[in-house]
Ligand binder design. Sequence first.
Ligand code: SAM
Length: 244
Amino acid sequence: MGSDGRDMTGERLRFDVITLFPDIFPGVLGVGVVGKALERGLIRLVTHNPRDFTHDRHRTVDDAPYGGGPGMVMKPEPLYACVESLGDPPPLKILLSPQGIPFNQALARELVSRETRIALICGRYEGVDERVRMGLIDLDLSVGDYVLSGGEIAAMAIIETVARLIPGVVGDMESVDTDSLERSRLKYPQYTRPAEFRGMIVPEILISGNHARIDEWRREESLNRTRVRRPDLFACNDPVENGK
Ligand code: SAM
């Protein structure tokens, strides 16, 4: 492993996605900056189907819930066998779940600084047998307080968020570092040409050429916007910084 965390192939982070629908991938991950990083081998994405780890004729991965009730539950054996086949180094094992801890930008930063391999286990149907949570995974993550039909969209959201924090994935790291939610702030409003559009005018300061004043304007807009739209985030900022 090199000093920048890359292995000998140049790969910085590998994602293993455990899914009953591997054909969905790479999906949106195949385009844009993340798609290019996949092409260049800076990140790697490998899918694994728990069905390939079943031993019956029907390749059964789900069964009715004990105690009755609607739907089907994903069986533990194929998921354990699938994840345990991932080898060395063992990945960080994440279960996607609406019951998980909320995924956010700070956690994405933590993952990118710490991990070289992440496995994402996508549930389907009524979810997974509780023993997957009890004995197989390191972390369960939710992408929001709503229920998806499966973990695949959640996995893609997490992969995209984490991948774009890897140096070299986005061309200009300043753009990533000043993104909304970095440093508990929302980004300042942005404009491009034309200077006037349907009666809406670009703030004069932005065409003044005075970069010190532009920086100050942006900082204030960023703080105001955060205070109004996301008071929860604003409260996380340094009070001295907020009051300046
Ligand atoms: N019956 C489960 C419950 O009430 O907790 C929900 C199952 S959901 C229909 C099927 C799968 O979608 C889950 O096992 C999980 O992998 C994924 N999923 C749904 N919503 C999610 C969310 N907000 N975050 C992450 N994964 C989610």
